[in-house]
Design a protein around this ligand. Sequence first.
Ligand SMILES: C[S@@+](CC[C@H](N)C(=O)[O-])C[C@H]1O[C@@H](n2cnc3c(N)ncnc32)[C@H](O)[C@@H]1O
Length: 168
Amino acid sequence: MAEVMRERGSVDLLDFGCGAGHFLDYLRQTDRKVRYRGLDLSARFVDLCRRKYPGVAFDCLDVMQDGAAVPEADYIVMNGVFTERCGIAYETMFGAMTGLLAKMFPYARKGMAFNLMSKHVDWEREDLFHVPYDQISRFVVGQLSRHHVIRADYGLYEYTVYVYKAAA
Ligand SMILES: C[S@@+](CC[C@H](N)C(=O)[O-])C[C@H]1O[C@@H](n2cnc3c(N)ncnc32)[C@H](O)[C@@H]1O
């Protein structure tokens, strides 16, 4: 996820669906200069993060609500936000995911990253969201940006999609 950031200089990053804020712990162990902000739909996670990380901004927000004050950032990461579908029909989940990605991309000044479960697995799990590369590429290129990378070289049964406003 951190590799969405193309530069080593100082950047603003929005951790969308930040959960318990583990990505911030990770970033603090690196030499990256990141102004981090977290956002989650869950008030329990946001309360936990505010206690764990005093002085760091966290928003508890449903970005799909009319008038939601969505924060902008150079980069937006969404880790684990779309990997489970927990009984939601595949097409319903695909529509909800693409709606959210299309809503958020304009708020990323430079790029956005999200991960999905792979179709190239020994078996698929009913509770997880396995999305074919072709289908996600068609959406990304058609509605977000043609500047994108699909990465599946890190040993998990998922892949990460990096989408950019401009070519590298
Ligand atoms: C599996 S957790 C991942 C947490 C964190 N990103 C991590 O990698 O440790 C998914 C998180 O996404 C949040 N989430 C799911 N849908 C969301 C939405 N529409 N808006 C904001 N947060 C959302 C959930 O509340 C949950 O905290």
